[in-house]
Design a protein around this ligand. Structure first.
Ligand code: IPE
Ligand code: MG
Length: 224
């Protein structure tokens, strides 16, 4: 979800206003995903690198997560949405960890859209953490080196209970991954949109899905 800051600056507003509007856009896209019957939606809300932003902006992003997980919990329940949060959550303030755990637990039995927020998430750090866990298991002989497959490795990632993404969308005319789901996106189709995230609407989502549907996914094989 990129372009909140530029959206705000373009209209002479503070960057934080862009994040507020970005959160509203996210609510609309979650709703649209429910309506379209999408099974999994994962959004990148805060990266391990975003701590280097001005402290007021970091605080604002933390506030937004806290606020929407509290005020929006009823909507998640009403829409049968199962919430997940992936990232290094132990680095967040304790009360925010509490709010996250409550929302995740309350929605854990829901069976509709799985909505996953990547927060204080970083792909490289995730891979290093998985490697450490695996190394421990090998050291303690819980796991044999020969038994380490791609599937076993993936089971040590934060996304262990999510499928690899079919479609990746990045907004606001930026064409890079920025440390997002590095392992998981080996064969993901990518769509880049020029729209700033606060302006991203259901039609834009449908447009991205339409582009996806026109792609031929070969997974390294040749067309049949
Ligand atoms: C949102 O957009 C991404 C978040 C960290 C929430 P940006 O804050 O990156 O917006 P730009 O790139 O400065 O426009
Ligand atoms: Mg950005």
């Amino acid at each position: 979800m990129d372009g909140n800051g530029r959206w705000a600056q373009a209209q002479g507003l503070e960057r934080l206003k862009g994040h507020y509007e970005g959160a509203e856009a996210l609510k609309r896209i979650v709703q649209a995903s429910v309506e379209l019957g999408i099974e999994y939606l994962t959004v990148y809300a805060f990266s391990t690198e975003n701590w280097s932003r001005p402290v007021e902006e970091v605080k604002g992003l933390m506030f937004l997560l806290r606020h929407h997980l509290t005020a929006g919990l009823n909507d998640l329940m009403k829409n049968n949405i199962k919430l997940k949060v992936i990232g290094f959550l132990d680095k967040l303030e304790l009360d925010l960890q509490e709010v996250i755990n409550q929302a995740v637990n309350k929605t854990s039995q829901n069976t509709g859209l799985t909505f996953c927020i990547a927060f204080n998430y970083g792909g490289r750090a995730e891979i290093v953490e998985a490697t450490k866990k695996i190394a421990e298991k090998i050291k303690s002989e819980e796991l044999k080196i020969e038994a380490l497959t791609e599937e076993v490795f993936a089971q040590h990632l934060l996304t262990r209970d999510l499928p690899d993404p079919d479609l990746f969308i990045r907004t606001s005319g930026v064409s890079r991954l920025s440390n997002y789901l590095l392992w998981q996106m080996a064969y993901t189709e990518m769509v880049f949109s020029n729209t700033h995230w606060p302006d991203f609407k259901k039609e834009d989502l449908i447009d991205a899905i339409t582009q996806y549907q026109q792609r031929e996914r070969r997974f390294g094989k040749i067309a049949s």
